[in-house]
Design a protein around this ligand. Structure first.
Ligand code: COA
Length: 155
């Protein structure tokens, strides 16, 4: 069972070592150096950063949320990613659920983008109560459609 906790500065080099191996992250140009600098900036900016520990793995997942990243009023889940080799074991679900718990008070909706071809992630989010509320072509990468997904956390 994964333990979910806030990310510390010590976790950043650990995550930067595995995150670029995830093929989706390569597609979005996430090198180790870029991961390190983006996460360091996010930590300094007080973004909501959660990581996961397993008995034999420290910092093996990441949820990165901008609390007012959507329209300046709703949280935006910028990144949810789990280390290669341990996907499918519930770490992603545990990160998402812990994030929702932290946001549930005072935040109505949680938004995120999913690449059109990432049907496994779309299934994952749908199972967790998210639904597609829009689509944006070429927003992040040229020629790639991003689906906007959202879930209402509280009234
Ligand atoms: C999507 C992701 C965060 C889910 O985390 P996880 O720990 O694998 O998820 P869980 O074990 O809680 O749930 C497994 C489900 O995740 C989905 N999934 C998405 N990518 C997967 C992958 N590479 N391997 C296994 N399951 C994956 C599947 O729908 C799977 O359910 P299924 O049995 O119906 O196929 C994780 O698989 C991942 O990091 N994928 C690559 C990066 C990514 O796509 N991030 C989302 C971008 S918006």
């Amino acid at each position: 069972m994964a333990v979910i906790r806030s990310l510390t500065l010590e976790d950043i080099p650990i995550i930067a070592a595995w995150l670029p191996e995830v093929s989706l992250m390569q597609r979005y140009g996430m090198t180790a150096e870029r991961t390190r600098s983006r996460l360091t900036e996010a930590h300094a900016a007080n973004d909501l950063l959660l990581t996961a520990d397993l008995p034999n793995e420290t910092a093996c997942g990441l949820a990165w949320c901008l609390p007012h990243g959507m329209f300046g009023r709703s949280p935006y889940l910028r990144l949810l990613v789990v280390k290669n080799g341990i996907t499918g074991g519930g770490v992603g679900a545990a990160l998402l659920s812990a994030l929702e718990d932290r946001l549930a008070v005072g935040h109505g909706w949680l938004f995120l983008l999913v690449t059109d071809s990432n049907t496994a992630a779309q299934r994952f989010y749908t199972r967790h109560g998210y639904r597609q509320v829009g689509a944006i072509g070429g927003y992040v990468l040229p020629g790639v459609v991003e689906y906007l997904f959202a879930k209402q956390l509280s009234q």
